[in-house]
Design a protein around this ligand. Structure first.
Ligand code: HEC
Ligand code: HEC
Ligand code: HEC
Length: 466
């Protein structure tokens, strides 16, 4: 009898204890998954460095921004951050000491995260990340951008600090996709065009944007300029593997996003992302006449170079000569790649079919290294800007979009990391005063606009034309 009573007592006591414990573990695990989906490690880890210890140098049009240590170190990291401070940093761009963060930290996207997910992220960072006792170098941007307070004005203009509101008109899959794309996975921070003050243009989500040399293409649902011609399955496969056979493969920043983040996400989430993308309001670029993946057929120009000696000045090499010397060993004489798909064909390949050659040139300059063993060498040292222009123009006219041409001068700009921000030129050109006046005018304009606007649910994809 006594034992029975004891057992009953244990049974009565146990439930409130164990489920609470289990919920904690589950929360930390969910936080870990969110950290992967949000790709915190990618930016907060230096090449070869300790996870979350910061120190990654990010080139921005305004100068180099260095990520900080967000491991739970008391002294060097965020170990002393309360939940409220953590939340202010991640969703509002305000550091523990009150200073403003630069939007290189994608808090404008993370602002969409729900309170519940923020709690899970915090639990993960405080309990499951190993503290690292080092401080990375400080960010030093040129005047006037070294004044972090200037970001306060920027935030008034551009930080839409409402969390995600699901749209009952859509399925739960679509809503999950929208939440991930707009929030954690911050696709727009690369794919949405930016305005004069580096803000994402809220009226054209996912319409394509330059990223220091690379170009994150239009991934709206448009059938010609965007991914309208991709199936949900193709998109899901691309997000998981970086390959959509006969369409595109990921290089540069997209390859990094896939390797560090997307390929670790579960299939249902990737599918939800694809389903949502297919509904993003189409944006057509008038320069595009067919989908980027739909150009070209196999073919070669080998007869034109057979028995012809190389010119004394290698800058005078022809496109077929350059292709034969550097690329044909892998991509094959007719541009057909390998049958098993490990080496892509160069026709029916978005890299050659877009109406700008940026990514084609960037991949030739920098090569392509991805796990597990996808590897293309870099040709930045081997080829001059003139040779690169000849080769790129040959490739697009032979197997891609023949209207896409690039000059040696433009290649020089890509090699140097892309076009500098007009904002920096303006500020540097002694026209700071004009910039400030402009910001004041914009704040005023935004204020007037906001005060006129009716309150509404936040759903950028469905409120175009801002
Ligand atoms: C695209 C790159 C990028 C991603 C992704 C990113 N961060 Fe950051 N983060 C930065 C940079 C850069 C800074 C420093 C900005 C500055 O100095 O103004 C920063 C600063 C911070 C800070 C302020 C720390 C301090 O005390 O200085 C916190 C907290 C933070 N990030 C947390 C996170 C979390 C959590 C995630 C994932 C949910 C994340 N970050 C994802 C780039 C990134
Ligand atoms: C760090 C920047 C970055 C982030 C974040 C990012 N992308 Fe990309 N994305 C790119 C770049 C750059 C390319 C072009 C890659 C290439 O040409 O090889 C690209 C290519 C793509 C393509 C192929 C389009 C085509 O026509 O070839 C799709 C689809 C895509 N991204 C979807 C997404 C989705 C969905 C997300 C969010 C889950 C995302 N991207 C996040 C930079 C990014
Ligand atoms: C050693 C083999 C090798 C050589 C040489 C080589 N490539 Fe590649 N190339 C690859 C591999 C591997 C990929 C990546 C395929 C993938 O992601 O699955 C690739 C991808 C590409 C892509 C697609 C990139 C994208 O962003 O979508 C282009 C374009 C390309 N190569 C052009 C060239 C050109 C031009 C040359 C000559 C200057 C060249 N390659 C030389 C192996 C090679």
């Amino acid at each position: 009898m006594r034992i029975q009573a004891l057992l009953i007592l244990v049974a009565l006591l146990a439930p409130p204890l164990s489920p609470a414990r289990a919920a904690d573990d589950a929360e930390v695990k969910r936080g870990g998954y969110l950290a992967i989906a949000s790709d915190c490690t990618a930016c907060h880890t230096a090449p070869g460095g300790q996870p979350m210890a910061g120190g990654l140098r990010m080139a921005s049009p305004l100068g180099t921004i260095v990520s900080t240590n967000i491991s739970p170190s008391q002294e060097h990291g965020i170990g002393r951050y309360s939940f409220a401070q953590f939340d202010r940093a991640v969703r509002h761009g305000i550091r523990g000491d009150g200073a403003r963060l630069y939007p290189a930290m994608p808090y404008t996207a993370y602002a969409k995260l729900t309170d519940q997910d923020m709690l899970a992220l915090y639990a993960y960072f405080m309990t499951a990340v190993r503290p690292v006792e080092t401080s990375p170098e400080h960010t030093r941007l040129p005047f006037p951008f070294n004044m972090r307070l200037s970001m306060a004005g920027w935030n008034i203009l551009f930080l839409d600090s409402g969390t995600f509101v699901s749209d009952p008109k859509h399925t739960s899959e679509w809503n999950r996709g929208a939440y991930l794309v707009q929030g954690a996975a911050h696709c727009g921070s690369c794919h949405t065009p930016r305005g004069f003050l580096m803000q994402e243009k809220s009226g054209q989500p996912m319409a394509g944007s330059a990223l220091g040399g690379w170009f994150a293409p239009n991934i709206t649902s448009d059938a010609i300029s965007g991914i309208g011609g991709w199936s949900v399955e193709e998109l899901t496969t691309y997000l998981r593997t970086g390959h959509a056979p006969g369409k595109a493969q990921a290089a540069g920043p997209m390859a990094e996003a896939i390797d560090a983040s997307l390929r670790h996400m579960n299939e249902a989430d990737l599918r939800a992302i694809a389903v949502y993308l297919k509904s993003v309001a189409p944006v057509r670029n008038s320069a595009d006449s067919r989908p980027a993946f739909a150009w070209g057929t196999a073919g070669d120009d080998l007869p034109s170079i057979r028995g012809v000696g190389l010119p004394g000045n290698l800058d005078e090499m022809t496109g077929p000569q350059l292709y034969d010397a550097h690329c044909a060993s892998c991509h094959q004489s007719q541009g057909q790649g390998s049958f098993d798909g490990a080496l892509p064909s160069l026709f029916h390949n978005a890299a050659l079919g877009r109406s700008r050659a940026d990514n084609l040139v960037m991949v030739i300059l920098n090569g392509l290294r991805r796990h597990p063993d996808v590897n293309m060498p870099a040709f930045g040292h081997a080829l001059s800007d003139i040779q690169l222009a000849t080769l790129s123009n040959y490739l697009t006219s032979k197997w891609g979009n023949p209207q896409t041409q690039i000059t040696a001068k433009e290649i020089g700009t890509l090699r140097a990391g892309g076009a500098p921000s007009p904002l920096l030129l303006l500020a540097r050109g002694g026209m700071l005063l004009i910039a400030i006046l402009l910001i004041v005018a914009l704040v005023w304009w935004q204020y007037r606009r906001l005060s006129k606007r009716q309150p509404q649910a936040i759903d950028p994809a469905h409120t175009p034309g801002e």
